[in-house]
Write a protein that binds this ligand. Structure first.
Ligand SMILES: [Zn+2]
Ligand SMILES: [Zn+2]
Length: 408
């Protein structure tokens, strides 16, 4: 199947894709309930030959394109939610909602995936299999992908002719200000970290600050726990399978001459393998309980499990980098040396289906990358031209997955 014209076709779709992106950008929505966003996506998909499933537990949309030829199904994902923060870009289409901003570029993902749906729908007659477009809410910590899976996203019906069409691959793009506009980067194996929260309560006995022996001061115990957790990380975690534990908050006491009863430690845990993630959990529990016991205090650790490690299937990652090179040329495709320590709930999909996540550059070519405001910044700026490459790569992934070159 010919993919050499995809970029030209995507360029023809750029105006309408930019228009949709700007509408979404002006009206950002948070979490799993995105009614305005859903309406805009449905309007953009209107008239395309898609089987639509509107999810009920969230604003998720599953749109199925059935090619006229038999074959398997491939999934393409875009996330649709924004972040709870003010926008200070000064753009004419900046957010019109207080304390909500598309600062992670999910507006571009959503717009690009509708563009890819148009590119692929135009090839329906020659398409050997199906493409499942997953428009998910709630990526920014709300587990939107997991809700869609729980609601049966991957329980695919047979094709309309009765033949089976199993899901054999899943791909997602994430725009980033860390790469030049239109470039693609990815890697096999772990590409993004797990992200969990911890809350530790150290309980002693309150008393007069002048008589610590008559009380049981939780503050030095909490300090020792914070220090020892860092020692535990560097001395027991393999540096080539790393983890990060950051204490972002310690709360204890009310004034200088009172020993409080409790001290609370809160932080985040990142790892790039489930093995290390489990090891860090166990290590934190051991350090907290051991140090508290050494000082005759009590301590409790509560972990709040976030997203798992996002792991690209190595073969799928090689495949996606190869497809990106075929579409964009060698110069715009990068194999990443390391994962990034952010997290992504596409991980839930990749735990079920082999596939890969890729990054798409969004910083204009004439700007200094090191000075570009990062994703999640109130000033992040995305070059809309990059959506041409994004739409083309999305569509090419599906086409090459369903019709590999060597079998075409
Ligand atoms: Zn984000
Ligand atoms: Zn994001």
């Amino acid at each position: 199947m010919d993919i050499s014209t995809l970029q030209d076709e995507a360029r023809d779709l750029l105006d309408e894709t930019v228009a949709l992106r700007r509408t979404l950008h002006s009206w950002p929505e948070l979490g799993n309930d995105l009614p305005i966003t859903r309406e805009n996506v449905l309007e953009s998909l209107d008239g395309l030959p898609l089987g639509l499933t509107l999810h009920e537990t969230t604003s998720g949309i599953a749109a199925m394109l059935e090619g006229d030829l038999p074959g398997p199904t491939v999934l393409l994902r875009a996330d649709m939610d924004a972040l709870p923060m003010p926008e200070d870009t000064g753009l004419e289409f900046a957010s019109r909602i207080d304390n909500a901003m598309h600062a992670c570029g999910h507006d571009t993902h959503t717009a690009m995936l509708t563009g890819a749906a148009k590119l692929l729908a135009a090839r329906k007659a020659d398409l050997p299999g199906r493409v499942l477009f997953m428009f998910q809410p709630g990526e920014e910590g709300f587990g939107g992908a997991r809700y869609m899976l729980d609601e049966g996203l991957l329980n695919l019906p047979a094709r309309s002719d009765g033949s089976e069409s199993p899901l054999t691959g899943a791909y997602a793009l994430h725009i980033t200000s860390n790469l030049p506009s239109g470039w693609i980067a990815s890697k096999g194996g772990p590409i993004m970290a797990s992200s969990d929260r911890m809350r530790i309560t150290v309980t002693g006995r309150g008393g007069h600050a002048s008589q610590p022996h008559a009380a049981l001061d939780p503050i030095p115990i909490a300090c020792e726990i914070v220090q020892s957790m860092q020692t535990m990380i560097t001395r027991s975690i393999d540096v080539f399978d790393p983890a990060v534990v950051t204490v972002g908050r310690i709360t204890a006491g009310t004034t200088s001459n009172v020993i409080p009863e409790t001290a609370i430690i809160e932080g985040t845990i990142r790892a790039v393998s489930e093995r290390t993630r489990a090891k860090v959990y166990a290590g934190i529990r051991r350090v907290v309980e051991g140090i508290a016991a050494a000082h005759d205090a009590a301590a409790e650790v509560v972990f709040d499990d976030g997203y798992p490690v996002t792991v690209n299937n190595p073969g799928s990652a090689d495949f996606s980098l190869g497809v990106a090179r075929e579409v964009l040329g060698d110069g715009a495709v990068v194999r990443m040396p390391n994962p990034v320590m952010g997290a992504e709930d596409f991980s839930y999909v990749l735990n079920r289906v082999p596939g890969s996540m890729m990054f798409l550059g969004g910083t204009p070519l004439d700007r200094d990358l090191s000075k570009a405001a990062p994703n999640h910044s109130n000033r992040v700026y995305i070059d809309e031209q990059a959506m041409v490459q994004g739409m083309s790569v999305y569509a090419a992934m599906a086409l090459r997955h369903l019709a590999p070159v060597n079998e075409a």
